[in-house]
Design a protein around this ligand. Structure first.
Ligand SMILES: CC(C)(COP(=O)(O)OP(=O)(O)OC[C@H]1O[C@@H](n2cnc3c(N)ncnc32)[C@H](O)[C@@H]1OP(=O)(O)O)[C@@H](O)C(=O)NCCC(=O)NCCS
Length: 170
């Protein structure tokens, strides 16, 4: 990303760092936060053992790449994932810890993740959002995403949104 926009300078400073084993517990708590479960593909509670296996598999395979979002003091505030679709696109999903929502972290993290994807040469970044998740729709729009289509995504009425390098926002 070359030039920082006015919006970006108003967002909190964040860092994305790859997840490590010590993050398992906090990620597990966040993933089971009721709002997170409600907006996820499968809303059921995630047992600790499943979560641990999921984290280890992701860390070993590198796809999806899981990053912890850290604030300026290196406190973890959320997690963001990038899944390489192997077709030139990369899929993004995220969750902000319940205590850290509505402070600009989600928007800032999406912008940073798009910048990573752009630097790696991906043609577009995709995200799938449950149609009723207005906050997420608003957050992705703010980060420069635009509407592609409505679809059934793993059984949920959802929106596909995309960001392409040079399309603004990020
Ligand atoms: C959706 C989510 C990632 C947004 O992250 P966030 O850090 O809270 O969002 P931001 O602070 O960057 O806010 C982005 C926009 O959403 C609005 N917003 C955030 N929380 C809101 C709330 N509770 N009510 C109304 N608007 C809200 C902000 O005001 C801002 O819009 P504006 O600048 O035009 O006013 C976060 O709420 C979350 O993790 N939710 C649960 C899991 C989830 O839905 N994940 C996404 C699945 S696709």
């Amino acid at each position: 990303m070359k030039n920082r926009t006015r919006m970006e300078t108003e967002l909190p400073v964040i860092k994305l760092r790859p997840v490590v084993v010590d993050d398992f517990e906090i990620l597990w708590r966040w993933r089971n936060d009721p709002e997170n479960r409600k907006q996820a593909v499968s809303p059921e509670f995630i047992p600790r053992s499943h979560h641990r296996l999921w984290c280890i598999t992701a860390m070993n395979s590198g796809n999806p790449r899981v990053y912890v979002i850290e604030d300026v003091d290196e406190n973890p505030v959320g997690e963001i994932r990038l899944q390489d679709n192997q077709d030139g696109s990369i899929e993004l999903s995220l969750g902000i810890g319940p205590d850290f929502r509505r402070k600009g972290f989600g928007t800032a993290a999406i912008i940073k993740a798009c910048s990573i994807a752009e630097n790696e040469g991906f043609e577009k970044v995709l995200a799938y959002i449950r149609i009723e998740n207005e906050i997420s729709v608003r957050t992705f729009k703010k980060a420069g995403f635009s509407f592609v289509k409505e679809l059934d995504f793993n059984g949920a009425n959802s929106l596909e949104v995309e960001w392409k390098p040079g399309s603004g926002g990020a």
